[in-house]
Write a protein that binds this ligand. Structure first.
Ligand SMILES: O=C[C@H](O)[C@H](O)[C@H](O)COP(=O)(O)O
Length: 220
C-alpha cells in the first residue's frame, strides 16, 4: 500500500469522531487534505470550521464548508490534524508544512485532538524529523544560536514565510526523551513564536493507517 493510501485510510477513519452540528477544527497537510475530501459528502453536518492555515481554508470553502474566525466561537469539540512524528505518549512533532502556530492555537481551543497519519510517523523517540520552530524574523540568528547551545543543529528553512509572516528553523540532531521539558525550554527563548513540539497539549487519539487497516491509540 502506498503512503498516500495509508494517509487516506486514517483520514477516513477520523469521520467517526465528527460531532454533527458543532464547529470542527481542521489542521493542515496532505493527510488533512484527504480528510477534507472525505468530509465533502457530510458537509451538511458541519455548520462551520476553524482552519489552521490559508491552504486548508481554501480547500474547506471549495467543498462548501464555511470557515469562521476562532474569536467567533466559544470552543471546538474536535480538531483533526496530521503529524510529522508521534510517540507512544501521543506527543507530536508538527510543522513540516509551516502551519504549526495556528495548529497549536486550534489544538489548544479544542476538547479532543484526533491525529491522523500513516504508520511511518509512529516513532519510539521523537527527533529524527527535524523539529520546526517558528521565529520572529529579526530573532532568527539569535534563536539559532540559543538552539545550538543546547546541542542541536538549527537550519533556516530559506524562502519559507509562514501565514503569520515569520520564519522557520528546522532543528536537527535532537533525541527528545522528555518532550514537555524541551517544549518548555524552547518556548523560553526570546523570539520563538511556536515550537512544533505538541507535548503539553498532545493528541488525544492517534489514528495510524497501514496496509491492514487503521491502528488506534487513545490517551489513557
Ligand atoms: O505544518 C504542517 C502540519 O503540522 C502537518 O500536519 C504535518 O506536517 C503533517 O503533514 P502531512 O499530513 O502532509 O504529512
Amino acid at each position: 500500500m502506498s503512503q498516500d493510501s495509508a494517509k487516506r485510510l486514517a483520514a477516513e477513519s477520523a469521520l467517526q469522531y465528527l460531532v454533527p452540528g458543532e464547529v470542527l477544527g481542521v489542521g493542515t497537510g496532505s493527510t488533512v487534505n484527504f480528510f477534507i475530501d472525505a468530509l465533502a459528502p457530510r458537509k451538511s453536518e458541519i455548520p462551520a470550521a476553524i482552519s489552521s492555515s490559508l491552504a486548508s481554508t481554501e480547500r474547506l470553502k471549495a467543498i462548501g464548508i464555511p470557515v469562521v474566525d476562532l474569536n467567533e466561537v466559544d470552543g471546538i469539540s474536535i480538531y483533526v490534524d496530521g503529524a510529522d512524528e508521534a510517540d507512544a505518549g501521543l506527543n507530536l512533532i508538527k510543522g513540516g508544512g509551516a502551519a504549526l502556530t495556528r495548529e497549536k492555537i486550534v489544538a489548544a481551543a479544542s476538547q479532543r485532538f484526533i491525529c491522523i497519519a500513516d504508520r511511518s510517523k509512529r516513532v519510539d523517540v521523537l527527533g529524527a524529523f527535524p523539529l520546526p520552530v517558528e521565529v520572529i524574523p529579526m530573532a532568527r540568528r539569535l534563536v539559532a544560536r540559543k538552539l545550538a547551545a543546547i546541542g542541536s543543529r538549527p537550519v533556516w528553512r530559506e524562502g519559507v514565510v509562514t501565514d503569520n509572516g515569520n520564519h522557520i528553523l528546522d532543528v536537527h540532531g535532537l533525541q527528545i526523551s522528555d518532550p514537555p521539558a524541551l517544549e518548555s525550554t524552547i518556548n523560553q527563548i526570546a523570539g520563538v513564536v511556536t515550537v512544533g513540539l505538541f507535548a503539553h497539549r498532545g493528541a488525544d487519539v492517534l489514528l495510524l493507517g497501514h496496509a491492514d487497516g487503521v491502528d488506534r491509540i487513545e490517551r489513557a
